[in-house]
Write a protein that binds this ligand. Structure first.
Ligand code: HEC
Length: 113
């Protein structure tokens, strides 16, 4: 019995949509999706400038945690001009874009603005 309960709660954790526990994304696919779905508003390139509106993916990668980024893709802040990508992307595509943004985290040489 205890074992069943443990197994069920483990399953519940696996099924939870928390980004770190969902299937992992593919950064290469994510870049292609970002090009199609995000680049018309965001600078999605590595080394993208900081202090831009909307923020570059480079800045997002460095300033935000993974769960934060995920949440903002799924449910952007209500007063902002970002469409709800939850309607445009499959959960796997969200993971892929997230993986792409996360891949930008790390030391970069930013060109002067
Ligand atoms: C129509 C323009 C538009 C498109 C398309 C768009 N965004 Fe945004 N996004 C914005 C704006 C404006 C903001 C800033 C306001 C906000 O935080 O919601 C923003 C904010 C964000 C943030 C939060 C930034 C922060 O401050 O932490 C994330 C993450 C993000 N976008 C990811 C994406 C991803 C991923 C896509 C593509 C799947 C995308 N956006 C497509 C306009 C857009």
């Amino acid at each position: 019995m205890t074992r069943t309960v443990l197994a069920l709660s483990a399953l519940a954790v696996l099924l939870a949509t928390s980004p770190s526990m969902a299937e992992t994304g593919d950064a290469t696919r994510g870049e292609a999706i970002a090009q199609q779905q995000c680049a018309r508003c965001h600078d999605i390139s590595r080394g993208g400038a900081f202090k831009k509106m909307p923020p570059s993916f480079q800045a997002i990668a460095i300033y935000r945690t993974e769960p934060d980024i995920w949440a903002r893709i799924i449910a952007p802040s209500p007063h902002a001009a970002m469409p709800e990508m939850v309607w445009a992307l499959t959960p796997q595509e969200v993971q892929d874009v997230l993986a792409y943004i996360r891949s930008l985290d790390g030391p970069v040489t930013i060109q002067g603005q």
